[in-house]
Design a protein around this ligand. Structure first.
Ligand SMILES: [Mg+2]
Length: 142
């Protein structure tokens, strides 16, 4: 008899976006590799994080009430191991810069996003988190 092959537990990825279509897209992009959880707002994301362990968060920047950066600031101390990826528009670049420095985000993706770029960003962010290296900033060496 063949031995049981147990798949390693998949990492849990929380996708946060105020646009349902974008959440659908993120789920399609990541579901083959991760267990995907969804939140439609920063508040919802905080509630999910309260209830379940999450390994990776991919959050939109522009959301009503709480931006992605504000969300990441709120959880910075609470979830130090979390891999953090921010998805933003080009005009949000000053906010991203601040987030890289203050919230220790591991990677950002500028819209419009494509699925391969997103997967790559999460891989890079995971590697950075593992090595403790978040000291990058918009291509500038530091
Ligand atoms: Mg949005």
């Amino acid at each position: 008899m063949l031995g049981l092959v147990t798949a390693p537990a998949r990492k849990r990825l929380l996708a946060v976006d105020d646009e349902p279509d974008m959440l659908d897209f993120l789920e399609r992009v990541f579901r083959s590799e991760y267990e995907v959880l969804r939140a439609g707002s920063g508040e919802e994301a905080l509630a999910v994080l309260d209830q379940s362990p999450v390994d990776i968060i991919v959050t939109d920047q522009k959301m009503p009430r709480m931006t992605g950066v504000q969300l990441l600031e709120r959880i910075r101390d609470r979830c130090p191991q979390l891999v953090k990826v921010l998805v933003s528009g080009y005009t949000d670049v000053p906010d991203i810069q601040r987030a890289v420095e203050q919230c220790h985000i591991h990677q950002y993706v500028v819209k419009p996003v494509d699925s391969e770029r997103l997967r790559e960003a999460v891989r890079e962010a995971t590697a950075r988190q593992a090595s403790g290296d978040w000291s990058f900033s918009l291509g500038k060496a530091r």
